[in-house]
Design a binder for this molecule. Sequence first.
Ligand code: KG4
Length: 342
Amino acid sequence: MKDEIILAIESSCDETAVAILKNGEELLVNTVNTQIKDHQRFGGVYPELASRLHLHNITKVVSFALSLKGFDYNTITHVAVTGGPGLPGALQIGVMAAKTIAQYLNVPLISVHHLAGHIYANEYVTPFQYPLLALIASGGNSEIVYLPSPMHFEIIGETEDDAIGEAFDKVARSLGLPYPGGVWIDKVSQDPEIKTFPLPKPKVDGYNLSYSGLKSHLVRLIEKEPKDENGNLPEDVVKSYARSTEVHFINQLLDKLHQAALDKNVKQVVVGGGVSANSYLREEVKRRFANDNIDVVIPPLWCTTDNAAMIAKAAHHMIPLGLFAPMSFTSEPNRSLEDEGK
Ligand code: KG4
């Protein structure tokens, strides 16, 4: 039988990435060009700059992937691309590149939902068992998603205001930590001796979440803390805020995830998105489910940030369902996860 070779492209935010996946298992190439350093001075992703950098980088990143020794690009059977959600200009660059390659090779195109990619990244660890529950925690999303079968998504819980990563980044900024703040909150929270303090628990219905009130409360407290002559907070104060924020924010997520998993009687729980790199989350999620006979999967660290390997993996599951995109498709910056597969 002919090998299935998927070339996948991801450019929804600040990473230009290309991967090649053979028969859904063998990752031949996975290359990521990150723009984090370029956006650092703006304290967040600057959309216009992101588009320009994608345009500048896309040909180089695709050429690098295709230069794999012994690889013949004529063996590519499908081209997959993140079709949304994401930054409009950034998405368009990846979509244009994908269309060009698919048209040149005369192979089918697959438009993948970015969050489906974050969920299916976990299949690099182990095959999925359905029904499963996915937790997506990133700079733009905090969602609890139920999957009764492959590529079917029901959002059963979501943030009512800020995403957890966004809230981490804002608290980190007021602590004087660099962007992306969540990474630094994690870094400075490693010392087990750090003293944490209690924070109020937001009252949110069902499996929904809320971070905005907590974030504002923390920022107000931090503003009142005495600073040195350069405007910096003492190191122990920064650590104490960082660790307390981390534990509190993540416990809110895990309390809801645990309850939802028991109520929905799922076989597996998977996590994804940038915040799934968090050390406390990665340890604590396993501890929470230790006595529940539910398989807990956390993605490898390389697969927590945006990449095209996860897009290829999701595309691999879309092929048997016939979920192809016409050459005329356009990127959808606000694409909904629940409309997938319909
Ligand atoms: O999924 P992602 O790379 O980008 C999108 O939002 O699409 O997630 C980025 C978010 C940022 O808010 C960043 O601060 C957070 O993930 N993040 C972390 C960690 N690594 C990245 N938050 C907490 N702990 C980490 N180790």
